[in-house]
Design a protein around this ligand. Structure first.
Ligand code: A3P
Ligand code: MG
Ligand code: MG
Length: 376
């Protein structure tokens, strides 16, 4: 069985056409994944403005065993929702790169232009989608890739199905998306010695992001991900080891619910936190009325043990090997160094990954200001 289906054009080297996503093909030894190193941070304020600092970083405040947080509180009157119709693509990461180009770039002696020395630049969330692909049966994805000065930039494009879902969300679903952010407000303080302000406004424009560098097999990666909060103990390990991911989930009452939690939710939670090296997930379990009835900590390094008794369960090695093979596939397809050229990789459940090529199209995503900054 071959994951990559190759296409021979005359005497040229075989050009891969598609990539299988069948889990069995990726059941081999765990690929090398280097401990992610934080190379920078940035913040987005209540108006979504970029700052090259940690002003939005919050501190985790452990709740009591039976917290009784009401996640519905404030939805009507103390909620500012980010406009998710605005597509920011890689712009904040590119802003971070431009701001930090002096320490990031190797400049040749003949010119002052900048090469990054990494193979891929992307969002952590895009990599999370790749990791879970061999197990995903509901939602496909589109990833746009352009090569510029030797680096592959990978930026998600919203699928038609995702756009329709977003524009037709039920009111109940809209409210439930708020619950996760409200839980963050109950468990985070703005200052190291502060307490949570449960009466404040929840504004989902605000974000603190870590930028990490790591290797997956022979792929050198630079990516950024949003971080919910950090351990306030001064003796906590350095970032990303001090970061804490916050999650909410429906309370588990039956063996079937437990099994579904292990099979579906823990897969996504694990993938999201494992990638940037965030070691701890704090989960608030809520009832149907949005009341948090219990809080539990999951160590990311222990999740694979936790799910091992589950029949036909997901495997971390499949996720990481698929991601590694997908990145190799992208490298073998995207040869032309041209920011106006976009290779659009597409995947739908039960299908192979395929791609199409687009020149100076609606898919072009590297902005002129970035190209200019990196060339001067
Ligand atoms: P929960 O995951 O606790 O429900 P994150 O956990 O990644 O920091 O995201 C914070 C919250 O944003 C989530 O909290 C959820 O409410 C919302 N959210 C994130 N990704 C989402 C998605 N793909 N669809 C719907 N809501 C999402
Ligand atoms: Mg978050
Ligand atoms: Mg979270």
């Amino acid at each position: 069985l071959y994951a990559v289906k190759r296409f021979r054009a005359g005497d040229d080297a075989p050009v891969p056409r598609s990539l299988s996503t069948r889990a069995q093909l990726y059941e081999r030894v765990f690929p090398q994944y280097r401990q992610p190193v934080e190379v920078g941070v940035f913040s987005l304020d209540s108006e979504r403005s970029f700052f090259n600092d940690s002003r939005q970083l919050r501190y985790y405040v452990e709740p009591s065993k039976k917290p009784n947080f009401n996640l519905r509180d404030g939805y009507r009157d103390r909620f500012v929702k980010r406009d998710d119709g605005v597509k920011e693509r890689l712009d904040h990461i590119l802003k971070w790169i431009v701001t930090n180009r002096a320490k990031l770039c190797s400049t040749s002696t003949s010119s002052s232009s900048c090469t990054l020395g990494v193979h891929f630049v992307t969002w952590r969330g895009h990599l999370t989608k790749l990791l879970v692909t061999p197990y995903e049966t509901q939602e496909g994805w589109l990833l746009a890739v352009s090569k510029f000065r030797g680096t592959l930039y990978m930026s998600e494009v919203e699928t038609e199905a995702a756009r329709v879902n977003r524009e037709n969300r039920a009111e109940k679903h809209e409210e439930m998306m708020y619950w996760g952010y409200k839980f963050e407000q109950y468990t985070c303080a703005d200052d190291v010695n502060g307490v949570p302000d449960r009466g404040g406004v929840v504004n989902t424009n605000e974000a603190f992001c870590t930028v990490v560098q790591t290797h997956l097999a022979d792929h050198k990666l630079l990516f950024s991900g949003e971080v919910d909060c950090r351990d306030k103990d001064a003796k906590a390990p350095p970032a990303p080891g001090c970061y804490v991911e916050l999650k909410t989930s429906a309370e588990i009452c039956t063996p079937k619910q437990r099994s579904n939690f292990h099979r579906y939710k823990l897969l996504k939670w694990w993938a999201q936190s494992f990638l940037p090296g965030v070691p701890r997930i704090v989960a608030g379990f809520r009832d149907h009325d949005g009341i948090v009835v219990s809080v539990e900590t999951f160590l990311v390094s222990k999740i694979s043990q936790l799910i091992k008794n589950e029949h036909n369960c997901w495997k971390p090695t499949v996720c990481m090997n698929f991601c590694s093979d997908f990145l190799s596939f992208v490298k073998s397809v995207v040869k032309e160094d041209n920011p106006g050229l976009v290779y659009l990789f597409a995947w739908e459940p039960h299908r192979d990954v395929t791609y199409t090529v687009h020149r100076d199209s609606q898919y072009t995503f590297l902005p002129d200001w970035y190209l200019k900054e990196m060339a001067s």
